[in-house]
Design a protein around this ligand. Structure first.
Ligand code: HEM
Ligand SMILES: *[C@@H]1O[C@H](CO)[C@@H](O)[C@H](O)[C@H]1NC(C)=O
Ligand SMILES: *[C@@H]1O[C@H](CO)[C@@H](O)[C@H](O)[C@H]1NC(C)=O
Ligand SMILES: *[C@@H]1O[C@H](CO)[C@@H](O)[C@H](O)[C@H]1NC(C)=O
Ligand SMILES: *[C@@H]1O[C@H](CO)[C@@H](O)[C@H](O)[C@H]1NC(C)=O
Ligand SMILES: *[C@@H]1O[C@H](CO)[C@@H](O)[C@H](O)[C@H]1NC(C)=O
Ligand SMILES: *[C@@H]1O[C@H](CO)[C@@H](O)[C@H](O)[C@H]1NC(C)=O
Ligand SMILES: *[C@@H]1O[C@H](CO)[C@@H](O)[C@H](O)[C@H]1NC(C)=O
Ligand SMILES: *[C@@H]1O[C@H](CO)[C@@H](O)[C@H](O)[C@H]1NC(C)=O
Ligand SMILES: *[C@@H]1O[C@H](CO)[C@@H](O)[C@H](O)[C@H]1NC(C)=O
Ligand SMILES: *[C@@H]1O[C@H](CO)[C@@H](O)[C@H](O)[C@H]1NC(C)=O
Ligand SMILES: *[C@@H]1O[C@H](CO)[C@@H](O)[C@H](O)[C@H]1NC(C)=O
Length: 518
């Protein structure tokens, strides 16, 4: 056993996945945000850590059940449904009863943006639920596409007979053996709530819930207690025989599958594989990304804006593995003219920060170091591209990090998101006139500036589509830029990720504003 930084002990086992440091090509909004959510601190990476309690159960149990119910709309014959976040339109159905559904969706809504939808975050939530409660590491792939309407009402219910359950799982892509195991894996966490199922959870339970197993964490006690006859799982031994669905399922094959799961190693291995398949069950029209391995180098959190006679350029280079005493230098070349010396202008990292990552640690990576830069760029000559030199200070030759040979290229300096002038409050404060501000270089009268924001369509949240900026006289022109703003409510949906777009003198400019760049 070893203790990770978050204080949870994990079995060091063969389940730890091989680390293949992956290559990141900047910019890539989808992989950038998915990676940050998975490997850095975000609500989806942190809330379920320590198997935290909620609603008489655990956040992890709610997230895992949500993921299964979302997937359960899959029809393998038609290739429709699956992990597509259609649960957002279904959680009012009796088969999806439980406040854990809407609460979990609320947990996730703040992590959504234009590139990453709810379905990817639900999948990530299932992975984090399992590791948060001490279970095995499951690989993550992104790229799911959110449904715009409800799927069929195909979530299995306890009062249905065995034949219906076999047919349901068959349609979802799981045979009988896999059904037994997947139900056992799911019912490792949480239990049946009296408020949700008063006809099933009939025992007098002061905690409001009859848990599937006597342990809170993700482990196989749900299996061993079933086999040794001590189980209190109401879907096995509840007084109402009609709703003993776990008993009917677990015993299909004379308990052979359950007996195989009595080995904790087998349980973890089988559950990791089945839950991975569950979250990767998507409509046949969806193509998932490769597995997100930790990137060796990642440029992130860039911002670029005019301030007091120069251009501020902020960037972070995140490097895999902590504990190395690296000196990292950022170099850049000017866009026009000759300002920088032949080898480029340069600056040292100003902040070096360690990124804690439970998921990375479980994958055998010690973590990441963030090297942050704050460069003052000459206003007249501006910047065209940048790169880094890394000195590991161990006698080895310093090496260049240049976006895998492509350089980190800055397309344009005409349309810039301005985090300095943008006004936002994290918490609701109606007396603050929140707005997002962009700077436009040398504007002409023909300017059309528009902003695309991603708005979640998760009930009860509503989203926005395309909004137009207005010239904002409270920010006088400065440094060759004119400032436009858009009233914007940051509350509860912070941080976001936006694409800003402007047509200036007939040319279209576009910039991605990373959510964490706000
Ligand atoms: C025949 C199939 C299944 C039936 C009939 C069934 C039924 C139920 C019922 C009635 C509850 C209680 C929910 C509540 O009180 O709010 C529950 C909870 C739960 N189920 Fe299932 N389930 C099935 C399969 C699965 C699968 C395949 C998974 C995941 C892999 C899963 C994961 C969970 C989890 C994690 C909980 C606990 C939720 C919490 O404590 O908040 N279930 N299930
Ligand atoms: C998890 O629990 C450990 C030990 O109690 C604690 O140090 C750590 O801060 C907790 N982490 C979170 C994210 O709650
Ligand atoms: C899956 O789709 C097929 C073809 O439309 C249909 O016959 C079948 O009933 C569907 N299965 C489920 C479980 O809805
Ligand atoms: C289900 O599929 C697995 C793996 O493909 C196989 O080992 C198992 O025998 C199958 N079970 C049934 C009941 O067909
Ligand atoms: C939690 O348990 C308490 C006490 O039994 C009960 O009043 C409450 O409704 C339960 N909440 C949920 C979400 O099950
Ligand atoms: C047992 O459960 C079924 C299905 O929910 C329900 O129709 C029936 O009334 C229950 N029986 C008792 C005695 O509660
Ligand atoms: C399977 O295990 C359950 C729980 O221990 C037991 O009641 C049942 O008789 C077993 N079935 C077989 C065929 O051994
Ligand atoms: C970057 O440096 C500028 C001054 O050149 C300063 O105003 C700004 O606050 C700094 N930003 C950060 C994030 O350190
Ligand atoms: C790399 O860092 C070491 C230790 O600080 C230093 O001695 C060495 O000169 C550096 N190498 C280069 C090429 O800057
Ligand atoms: C990258 O930048 C360096 C230094 O400015 C330059 O020599 C090289 O040609 C650039 N490479 C590409 C692919 O743009
Ligand atoms: C809200 O903003 C106003 C104006 O900036 C400030 O005076 C006030 O203290 C803020 N209130 C809260 C609760 O933060
Ligand atoms: C747009 O056109 C005006 C008038 O020709 C010019 O002054 C300005 O520099 C142009 N702006 C850009 C960003 O090209």
């Amino acid at each position: 056993m070893r203790l990770n930084y978050l204080g949870i002990s994990h079995l060091t086992s063969a389940l730890h996945l091989a680390v293949g440091a992956a290559v990141f090509n900047w910019p890539d909004p989808l992989l950038d945000t998915l990676d940050s959510q998975l490997y850095e601190i975000s609500t989806v990476s942190i809330l379920a850590v320590n198997c935290t309690s909620r609603d008489n159960s655990t956040i992890a149990a709610q997230w895992l059940r949500l993921a299964y119910h979302d997937m359960a709309t899959h029809n393998s014959t038609t290739g429709t449904g699956g992990m597509d976040a259609s649960i957002q339109f279904e959680f009012t159905r009796a088969q999806d009863v439980g406040m854990g559904m809407i609460e979990s969706l609320r947990d996730f809504v703040s992590t959504l943006n234009q590139y990453v939808g709810m379905a990817d975050v639900i999948a990530m939530g299932a992975i984090n639920a399992v590791i948060g409660c001490g279970g095995p590491v499951i690989p993550f792939k992104g790229g799911r596409i959110d449904a715009t309407e409800a799927g069929p009402a195909t979530v299995p219910e306890p009062q249905q007979d065995l034949a219906s359950h076999i047919a349901s799982f068959q349609a979802q892509g799981f045979n009988e053996t896999e059904m037994i195991a997947l139900v056992a894996c799911g019912h490792s966490l949480g239990g049946v709530r009296q408020v949700d199922f008063p006809l099933i959870a009939t025992e007098d339970a002061p905690t409001g819930i009859q848990t599937f197993a006597s342990t809170v964490g993700f482990d196989n006690t749900v299996v061993t207690e079933y086999l040794d006859g001590t189980t209190e799982n109401v879907l096995v031994v509840g007084s109402n025989i009609t709703t003993r669905s776990d008993f009917r399922i677990f015993s299909i094959d004379g308990n052979a599958t359950m007996q195989s799961l009595a080995s904790p190693e087998t349980f973890n291995k089988v559950c990791a594989a089945l839950i991975e398949r569950m979250i990767n069950t998507v409509p046949s029209t969806v193509t998932l990304t490769d597995t997100l391995e930790p990137f060796d180098f990642k440029v992130q959190d860039t911002s670029f804006y005019p301030q007091a006679g120069s251009l501020v350029f902020l960037a972070t280079l995140r490097i895999i593995d902590v504990g190395v005493n690296r000196a990292v230098t950022m170099f850049w070349k000017e866009r026009t003219g000759k300002f920088c010396p032949a080898k480029g202008c340069s600056i040292q990292a100003t902040v070096i920060q360690e990124v804690p990552s439970l998921y990375a640690q479980l994958k055998g990576v010690t973590g990441f170091n963030r090297h942050s830069f704050n460069a003052s760029i000459d206003l007249a000559t501006s910047i065209s591209h940048f790169w880094f030199e890394v000195n590991n200070s161990d006698g080895s030759a310093p090496f260049i990090v240049d976006n895998n040979g492509a350089n980190y290229t800055i397309d344009q300096d005409v349309l810039l998101y301005d985090p300095q002038r943008t006004i936002s409050t994290f918490f609701s404060n109606t007396s603050v006139n929140e707005r997002m501000v962009v700077g436009v270089k040398d504007p002409s009268k023909t300017i059309v500036t528009s902003l695309t924001t991603f708005g979640s369509n998760t009930p009860p949240f509503t989203g926005s589509g395309i909004d137009t900026f207005e010239l904002d006289s409270s920010f006088p022109p400065a440094d060759g830029y004119t400032f436009y703003s858009l009233p914007f409510d940051f509350d509860g949906v912070f941080p976001l990720s936006h694409t800003i777009q402007a047509t200036i003198n007939g040319t279209m400019y576009s910039a991605w504003v990373p959510g964490n760049g706000i």
